[in-house]
Structure formats: structure tokens, C-alpha cells
Design a protein around this ligand. Sequence first.
Ligand code: FMN
Length: 319
Amino acid sequence: MLPKFSSKAFLAPMAGVSDPALRLQCKNFGAGLVVTEFTSIHGIIAKEKQLKENQKTIQEFIEFSEKERPISVQLFGSDIQALAKAAKIVEPFFDIIDYNMGCPAPHITQQMAGGALLQEVNLTQQIFSTLVSSVKKPVTLKFRLGVTEASRYLFKDIAEIAEDEGIQMITLHPRTVSQGYSGNADWKMIKELKEISNIPIVGNGDITTPEDAKKMLDETNCDYVMIGRGAMGNPFLFEQINDYLKNGTYQKYSFSSKLDSFFEYLHLTKNYKIKFANIKGQAMRFTKGLSGGSKLRSKITFARDIEELEKIMKSAYCN
Ligand SMILES: Cc1cc2nc3c(=O)[nH]c(=O)nc-3n(C[C@H](O)[C@H](O)[C@H](O)COP(=O)(O)O)c2cc1C
């Protein structure tokens, strides 16, 4: 059974961005669910020996904290045996196992994973039934419309198979794989998916404000919304969405609260092994929309370590 979610707004998985520190921040601001960055099933299996011999814990390769719960782990990869094995390895640690069928990156689609699977109906069916029968935790799916414009309705067949095989919730990012991030997410497709589904549907794509979140919920009738880029350097969005859905108003955050929030993020990163390049990327995102932000970002580019980065970000308070 799916856990109970405290909010209709979820944080999207984002490789290199939704690290455990940002996830915890979003959770603290009211995200109903957080999802790990996608993780290779082969990568998990490669660590199994160390896990079994107890020299390492799962935290060595998928970092998270108990405070993030409910937390979903996202897997990618289509080798059936490896999938069953990887799912069993991660199952004890996570509340949901999510399967990625949307990633458009060529290094993923070329290994018959991510969005490429949308055109592989038989394999997809095998993947879902393997996952669902291998674990007791709920299995969910995140996908795109189809591979190309000509196959933009593939999601309907796949959704039907997913539901038949016991997938418990589906997230749709309504762009095709070949679209990447261009154009607009076609929210009408979320509505169409909701109409043919008997399981909860999560709408995703192009939500950057509380108003957007409400609009998607109203227009598509989806059960939950998932936010990716809109939450980058902007964990407040979850509180704002929750307030807006409840009261029709929300608090705006000032320049200095955005900076405070970056330092809070930085403080949280100390508990994890997050790459410095990724932390720098987050610093850039926290300065988005701030006056003097572009000047600040060019300074951030040259920061060589955390101390330098802290100095640069502190200097922004004086602007
Ligand atoms: C930098 C980045 C990394 C992403 N990594 C993942 C990922 O690991 N797994 C996944 O399912 N989607 C991934 N996505 C897609 C997002 O989860 C989301 O579906 C997409 O960004 C659309 O939502 P948005 O308009 O709210 O950003 C990624 C997106 C971005 C921008």
C-alpha cells in the first residue's frame, strides 16, 4: 500500500540536483514525497557484496535520511534478473520503489532504459511484473508520453499494462523523449491519463508557482503534482503550494531568506558526500531571480572550495 502523503506536492527526482540535502529541505518545507536521483540497477548490484559483508551500508551509495520519509528510490535499467535483484536489495530501506521510463539522455536510452522502453511493450510488461513480484513495497512508474511525436500516445498502452501488473501510482511528464525539455508540457495528456486510470496519477511538468500547481490539479484532475526545476534553489515552493491550496494565499520570500536558505542547504550537505560541483550548481540556483544574481553566479563559477563559496554567498547579503 502507498504511504499516506502529507501534501499534494511532490519533489521530482533530478540527477545531480535532488540530493539528500535539497530533498530534506523540500521535505521540511512540506513536500509530500521525495524521490532519490535515478539509480542504476547494475550499480546497486555491484555494491551488494560489500553490503552483505556489512563493510558498507546502503548510505554509501544511496544517501538519504530517515527525516525524508516517505521516500521513494528510483531505479533504471531493463535487465530482468538484475532488476529483481536490485529491487530486493533496496527494498528494506525505502517506502516506494519507482521505475524510470522517461529519461531522454542518450547514454540511458542507448542501454534500453529510461524513455526508450516506451516502445518495448513486452519488455515493459516483464519489467513491471518482475518488480511487483520481487518486492512487497509499492512500485510506481514515472514516464513520458512516447518516444517521438508520432508515438505520443504510447503512454496510454503502457499505463494500462502498468496498472494490470500492479503498479500503484504513475507520474506523467507529458513531453516526448525526443522533445527533451523543449516546448511545453502538454497537461491535456495528464487529464487523458487520469480518465483511463484507476490508480493515483501524479502530474508533472512546468510547475513553477503555487498558481501553476493549482491549475494543473484543477485542469487535469490529477491526484498529486510533482515539481522538478521549479523547486531548484526554491524549496519554499512546497510551503507556498500547500498554503495556496488551503487558504488561497501564500508568503513570498525575500532576497535574504533565499540566501539564508542556501546556507541551511550548505549546512545539511555536511552530513553527506555531495560533490562540490553539485553544491556549486545549487548555489547558482539559489541566486536565480535575485538582484545582482548574474554577477554572483560568475563569481560562484570560480569558487574552488566550500570556504570560497561561503565567502561569495555571504558577500551577497551586502548587495
Ligand atoms: C537536472 C535534471 C535531472 C533530472 N533527473 C531525473 C531523474 O533522475 N529521474 C527522473 O525520473 N527524472 C529526472 N528529471 C526529470 C524531472 O524529474 C521532471 O520530470 C522534469 O524536469 C519535468 O518537471 P519540471 O518541469 O517540474 O522540471 C530530471 C530533470 C532535470 C532538470
